[in-house]
Design a protein around this ligand. Structure first.
Ligand code: ADP
Ligand code: TRP
Length: 332
């Protein structure tokens, strides 16, 4: 491994990744992996999806969609290891060990679990309605994903910060007893806010307010046209700061394009025109990757091979470290 730091991140296969996933996690992770300071390990967190996706065919398709997304957006499998979580059974062994160093109270305080409980209470249902143990202990598995490869840095969106803190807590509890076995990971969060969704809340598959990355052009245009706007006439000057269209535009446009559109807003722009500008800038960015994505999805054997190679690279490291961990707790 040399002196390079380990950068690791995972994406749950719960549907085609969206612009928020790209800007918040995938893009920064790829930039990091392309620098000489890091060795990248990026994976498809399929066992995390099993907490909610209970249709085999659907899960399988989602796994390919996430793998194809990484590859289409520029992950070079020779440089960066791409793998599927469930291909590494050692993570599950690690998961039991880490769970024995996780205070139950830590799980009670996890945001995602708390949000479900709150929702249940608001709907006057049993507070644990729909919560399986996978959902409840989700952060332990995530900690295991991170710790088993001695990850130094975890590029994620800001909504995942608590999970990284939990991984650090679990690692510290273990290390307190057995010495410096686990590496404490650090989160690397993209500057700026979470990418907003079509309704202005955080873009998320769960809110159905997202723009999937590789929609066919026509569908992308249709979705962008659905962004809600007021009824002001084209000639009325508009404040770009108040517009979600402009927010999105800034994520993809060059500095000059941003200055130009800013001026156009202030002079008065029609919402149809603004949406077309937005469509063009996003589409220009995604046209190339979309072609690669469609090719990979049409012949999945290439993805299978890359994931197999990924597992073959990761498992020996996992096995070696697991021996160290098992020796430290006294079972070996
Ligand atoms: P979703 O909320 O749509 O289910 P995931 O939980 O699968 O998304 O997120 C995968 C990665 O993308 C995580 O690192 C997460 O922090 C990041 N991410 C998700 N939504 C956003 C967003 N709106 N803005 C920035 N990053 C995001
Ligand atoms: N929980 C992350 C998400 O919802 C996915 C994930 C699973 C992950 N294991 C991970 C991210 C390990 C970073 C590191 O987006």
């Amino acid at each position: 491994m040399g002196t390079k730091k380990i950068s690791l991140t995972g994406i749950k296969p719960t549907g085609m990744p969206h612009l928020g996933n790209y800007l918040g996690a995938i893009k920064p992770a790829l930039e990091m992996a392309n620098s000489d300071d890091f060795e990248g390990y990026y994976f498809i967190a399929d066992y995390h999806s099993l907490t909610t996706v209970h249709k085999a065919e659907t899960l399988k398709e989602y796994i390919y969609e996430v793998a194809a997304t990484w590859l289409a957006l520029g992950l070079d499998p020779k440089k960066v290891t791409l793998y599927q979580q469930s291909h590494i059974p050692e993570i599950m062994e690690m998961n039991w060990i880490t769970s024995c160093f996780t205070a139950k109270g830590l799980m009670n305080r996890a945001h995602a679990y708390k949000a479900i409980v709150q929702d249940n209470e608001e709907r006057k249902r049993d507070s644990d309605h729909g919560v399986n143990m996978g959902t409840y202990t989700y952060p332990v598995l995530m900690a295991s994903d991170i710790l088993f490869l001695k990850s130094n840095v975890v590029p994620v969106g800001a909504d995942q910060l608590q999970h990284i803190e939990i991984a650090r807590d679990i690692a510290s509890s273990f290390n307190y007893v057995y010495g410096d076995i686990f590496t404490l990971p650090e989160a690397k969060v993209q500057e700026g806010d979470l990418v907003p969704g079509l309704d202005g809340r955080k873009m998320s598959k769960s809110y159905d307010n997202h723009i999937p990355l590789f929609l066919p052009e026509k569908k992308l245009k249709k979705l962008i046209n659905k962004i809600k706007t007021d009824s002001s006439e084209p000639s009325v000057p508009k404040n770009p700061e108040d517009s979600i269209i402009f927010d999105f535009y800034k994520l993809f446009a060059t500095k000059e394009q941003i200055v130009d559109l800013d001026a156009w807003f202030r002079r008065g722009i029609g919402w149809g025109e603004a949406k077309l500008e937005l469509f063009n800038v996003i589409n220009d960015h995604l046209k190339g990757p979309r072609e690669i994505y469609n090719e990979l999805m049409a012949d999945k054997s290439k993805i299978d091979k890359i994931l197999e190679e990924g597992a073959a690279r990761v498992r020996p490291k996992a096995q070696e470290f697991l021996i160290e961990v098992k020796k430290s707790i006294g079972v070996l």
